[in-house]
Design a protein around this ligand. Structure first.
Ligand SMILES: Nc1ncnc2c1ncn2[C@@H]1O[C@H](COP(=O)(O)OP(=O)(O)OP(=O)(O)O)[C@@H](O)[C@H]1O
Length: 212
């Protein structure tokens, strides 16, 4: 089956500095790619680039923007709206009819009427991840999705990702922890793609991406 995302010889930069270069991979339906690498290497920058929030320095990214959704570090919740209202808002944005399955999947049913501002950090994160399910999008780009989650919630979320893949979805996930997705996920160690500094022939980024 053809890839949902195809990346060829991509280089990315942040703040005018090239971070990663020569990255290439395909992500097929039913599979996940786990991005690994030390802090500051450029995992977030690569995900932002895949999401179309900034252009690559070089290379090609083939993806239909209509099929992807990007879950960044920030939860992006509306603090005065309840759990159910937050999800309903996002479901309507994406033309999805209901939120009950998403509430159940991330164990949020008992919290449905609580304002987002009164949730714990882990509960907020669960709500942020439940939002993925009401987008109806096939390709999930996830930046450290398990931050603040306890062990049970990590397992819950791993199950949600597994179900998404089983339905023909796909995911690219920057994470430092194991999600127990060894069957479905490949691991890409981005350390091997660290950009050379300019004095060694590497590229400088432009200021366009710095403010993108
Ligand atoms: N807005 C910005 N302007 C300039 N430089 C930035 C900006 N945001 C991040 N950087 C720098 O870009 C580099 C890559 O950051 P990025 O967040 O992509 O790394 P990461 O691999 O996701 O790290 P972590 O594992 O800590 O989340 C870092 O050196 C960081 O300090």
């Amino acid at each position: 089956m053809s890839a949902l995302l195809s990346v060829q010889d991509v280089a990315v930069a942040r703040g005018g500095v090239a971070l990663i270069e020569g990255v290439g991979f395909d992500v097929a339906p039913g599979t996940a790619l786990v991005l690994r690498g030390p802090n500051g290497l450029g995992k977030t920058t690569l995900l932002r680039t895949l999401a179309g929030l900034q252009p690559p320095l070089r290379g090609t990214i083939a993806v239909d923007p209509e099929i992807l959704t990007y879950a960044a570090h920030a939860d992006g919740l509306k603090s005065t709206l309840t759990v159910a209202e937050n999800l309903t808002f996002w479901a309507r944005v994406h033309g999805q009819p209901e939120i009950d399955a998403a509430l159940a999947a991330m164990n949020l049913r008992s919290l449905r009427d609580r304002p987002a501002q009164n949730l714990s950090a882990g509960q907020k994160r669960r709500l942020g991840l439940a939002r993925l399910l009401v987008t109806g999008r096939r390709l999930w780009l996830l930046d450290e999705p398990t931050v603040s989650l306890d062990t049970a919630s990590v397992a819950l979320f791993a199950g949600v990702v597994r179900d998404h893949l089983a339905r023909g979805g796909a995911a690219v996930i920057a994470t430092h922890i194991g999600l127990g997705l060894e069957q479905e996920a490949r691991v890409l160690d981005l350390g091997a793609y660290r950009a050379r500094p300019p004095e060694q022939g590497g590229h400088r980024g432009s200021f366009d991406e710095a403010f993108a």
